[in-house]
Design a protein around this ligand. Structure first.
Ligand code: SDX
Length: 383
């Protein structure tokens, strides 16, 4: 009989397995990707290099990076079958539904002909290739999603641009300035991985049944969409639009807290004294505020943070600075969480491959609190 004191709702504080991919340390307010502090990686590496690190455990040599880039290139253009699937969706579909559908189509096509479900899990080499395929394909999918809502065609990728610059090129159709590329690159590195968060753990649960990598990523996208998780970066902008400007913050917070609303972009299940990634993303936001000459964004950001932290002692998470940063760059608010998908697909696939390497079916227990056993009226058991 389960001792109901053992129940840990939401698995809060429960350690369920090892991982070598990243270390989230709320005591020191730090985050390590394969041992490297994330702020060092964000200051010195491209997102492509960090993807290699998360998948392989070491930073790439120039030759290894060149090989990864060459292997990814065929997947950068928007595949016709994927474009057709997105075009079949209503224009006002949520972009997270578009991205989830696109990954599902890629998986169905790639796995076609594999026959038995016993082969779904694939080999290590197949899953490395699948991981790189999604990493390379997602920018065009996310970029096209935004462009089609504005009645614009897809923009072909440019071979001469790196990941971040090419993502911005395909979204906006113009070559971005270095400051913007650098800020966007840092945001992708910061979003790439965060141990057993809800969407990553979802991917591991699906993987633990020996299902395929694509199915695990589709499930993770579903989990990330929620406003308590990845959807928070979109929700931060909805809040900024509701408040308007800095002098409205106090009244807005009075009302929001009276209505017991969650203030999106604040709080975290693991970090309780601030999210280790925020200082790095805030520095990128500050550079964008200066570049686009938007002191009003900085004033609203600071006013809401100062007021809410002083009232509740709950600190910003990564979604709080990244929302306004993506808004300044020109991404639609609805595009924000798909950007999170394009980054986190690296962490998800690193964890999927780790789960495959030392797998155990993930199946927790539950404590029953339904009706006592009872019987159907008139039923007589065959004796
Ligand atoms: C991400 O896990 C990860 O690593 C996730 C992530 C990643 O990289 O993968 O870091 C990305 O998902 C960041 C979180 C984005 N979500 C939001 O910004 C949504 C708003 N945040 C809250 O919903 C909340 O902070 C959670 C869900 C993120 C964490 O909540 P916990 O740890 O379960 O804590 P809780 O909800 O039990 O809150 C404790 C108290 C509660 O008050 P009481 O009911 O005890 O009176 O603090 C309050 C909460 O109401 N609280 C908030 C709040 N966060 C906590 N109140 C208002 N606004 C908030 N944001």
């Amino acid at each position: 009989m389960t001792d109901t004191n053992e129940i840990k709702k939401g698995l809060a504080g429960v350690t369920v397995d090892y991982t070598a991919v990243s270390k989230v340390n709320p005591e020191t307010n730090s985050l390590l990707y394969r041992g490297y502090p994330v702020q060092e990686l964000a200051a010195t590496q491209s997102f492509e290099e960090v993807a290699y690190l998360l998948w392989n455990g070491e930073l790439p040599t120039p030759e290894q990076l060149a090989a990864q880039t060459a292997d990814g290139k065929p997947h950068r253009p928007l595949a016709p079958e994927v474009k057709a699937a997105i075009d079949a969706l209503p224009l006002d579909s949520h972009p997270m539904d578009e991205v989830r559908t696109a990954v599902s189509v890629i998986g169905a096509i790639d796995l076609a002909g594999d026959g038995s479900v016993l082969d779904a899990v694939g080999t290590v080499e197949e899953n490395r290739a699948r991981s790189l395929h999604l990493f390379a394909a997602l920018p065009a999918i996310v970029a096209y999603g935004q462009r089609r809502r504005h009645g614009l065609d897809a923009v072909e990728p440019r071979e001469d641009l790196g990941y971040a610059a090419n993502f911005l090129w395909m979204t906006f159709g113009e070559e971005p300035d270095e400051i913007v590329v650098d800020a966007f690159n840092r945001s992708m590195i910061l979003y790439a991985e965060h141990s057993f968060n809800a969407s990553t753990f979802t991917a591991r649960v699906i993987t633990s049944t020996l299902s395929d990598l694509y199915s695990a990523v589709v499930g993770a996208i579903g989990a990330l969409k929620g406003p308590l998780h990845g959807g928070a970066n979109e929700a931060v902008l909805h809040i900024f639009e509701e408040i308007g400007d800095a002098e409205n913050v106090e009244d807005w917070l009075d009302r929001a807290l009276a209505e017991k609303r969650k203030i999106m972009g604040f709080g975290h299940r693991v970090y309780k004294r601030g999210d280790s990634r925020v200082p790095t993303m805030k520095a990128a936001l500050d550079e964008l505020v200066q570049y686009y000459d938007r002191p009003d964004v900085a004033a609203l950001y600071d006013a809401l943070e100062n007021d809410f932290v002083s009232r509740k002692g709950i600190y910003p998470n990564l979604d709080y600075p990244s929302g306004p940063a993506y808004n300044l760059i020109g991404f639609d608010t609805l595009t924000f969480t798909p950007l999170f998908v394009a980054a986190r697909v690296v962490g998800w696939t690193a964890h999927i491959m780790e789960q495959m390497a030392s797998n155990a079916l993930i199946r927790p227990l539950s404590a029953y609190n339904g009706p006592d056993e009872r019987h159907v009226e008139g039923y007589v058991a065959n004796t």
